[in-house]
Design a protein around this ligand. Sequence first.
Ligand code: ADP
Length: 317
Amino acid sequence: MVDTEAAISVRGLEKIYGGRSPKRALKGIDLDIPQGSLFGLLGPNGAGKSTFINILAGLVRKTAGEVRIWGFDLDTNPRNARVSIGVVPQELVFDAFFTPWEMLEVQAGMYGVPKHERRTAELLRAVRLWEQRHAYSRTLSGGMKRRLLVAKALVHSPPVLILDEPTAGVDIELRQLLWDYVRELHAAGTTIVLTTHYLEEAEELCDRIAIINHGEVVACEPTAQLLSRIDEKEIILRFGTPLETVPPAFAGFRSRLAPPDGLVLQISRQGDDIAAILGAIAACGLPVVDLSTDETDLEDIFLQITRDGAREDARAE
Ligand code: ADP
C-alpha cells in the first residue's frame, strides 16, 4: 500500500532501459519520504538515483510500479503530481540569452502562476541573484547558475523540492550559501529531497537517509539510527616514543600499532571498556602524549552496506 500521508511514496518502482542490452536500473523500489523531511538519497554512480528523480520529474517513464507525489498518483493525476514538486536538475542547461528575471517569469507562466502571485523578485533576492537579474545567463558563474535553477524550481511554490547532486561543481562558499537557503526552505515547511555524493553533507544536512545501490534501496532510516548501526569506536593513543609491540597492559583489547608511536584500540560504543582502557593506560608505564577518538561516520556505513550488497550480488550470480 502506498502511504498517502507521505510527501513521496513509491511501490514496486521498476525501470528497464531498452536498447540492445536492456538495463534494469530500478528493481522494484519501495520508498516513503515523509512530509517535512530533509531526505538524502545516497548511492554510488550508476545506482539509479537520477533515474528515480527523473521518473518523479516526468522526464523518464517508469516501466512498472506506483508513484504518489503529495498524495497524487503519477499515472491517474499527473498534473497535480507534477505541480507538487520542483526539480533542480543535475545538468546546468540554460537558454544563454535569457536573463534570470526573464527565466523565472517564463517558468511561472508555464505553470500558470498569475502575475500578481509571482515571486520573481523574492526568489532572486533569496538566491542572491538580484544584482544579476538583467544579466544574460551565459555570463553567470556555475554557482550562480545552480542557484538560479533552485529559484526556477520554486516559482510555483511546490511543497516538495528535489535537488539532484546540487553541489556538484559548486565552490565551498557558494555551497554553504545554497545549503543555508535549503535549510531555510526546510524550516519554512518545504519537504526537501537531495541526492549527493558528499556523505558528510548528507550526514550534516539530512534527517533521513536512503542508500540505493544497483537499483535497490539497501537502507532507509533516520540519520542518527543509520549512524548508530556500527557500534565501533576507535581510541588512538600516542606515546611520543616509537612503539615496537603492543604494550602488555593492552593485551586484552583489540588493538593495532599505528607507527611510529601510536596504538589504536577498538571498542564498542555500548561496552564498558572505557574504565578498563583508562586502567591499562595507567598501568602501561608509558606516558601518553595524545589521545583522540574516531567515531563511525556515514562513509563507513555506506562502504559496509554497499560492500555487503556487492557480496550478496556475487553470491546470487
Ligand atoms: P545514478 O544517478 O545513481 O548515477 P542512473 O540512474 O543515472 O544512476 O543510472 C542507473 C543505471 O541505468 C546505470 O547503469 C546507467 O548506465 C543506466 N542508465 C541511465 N540512463 C540510461 C539510459 N538513458 N539508457 C540506458 N541506460 C541508462
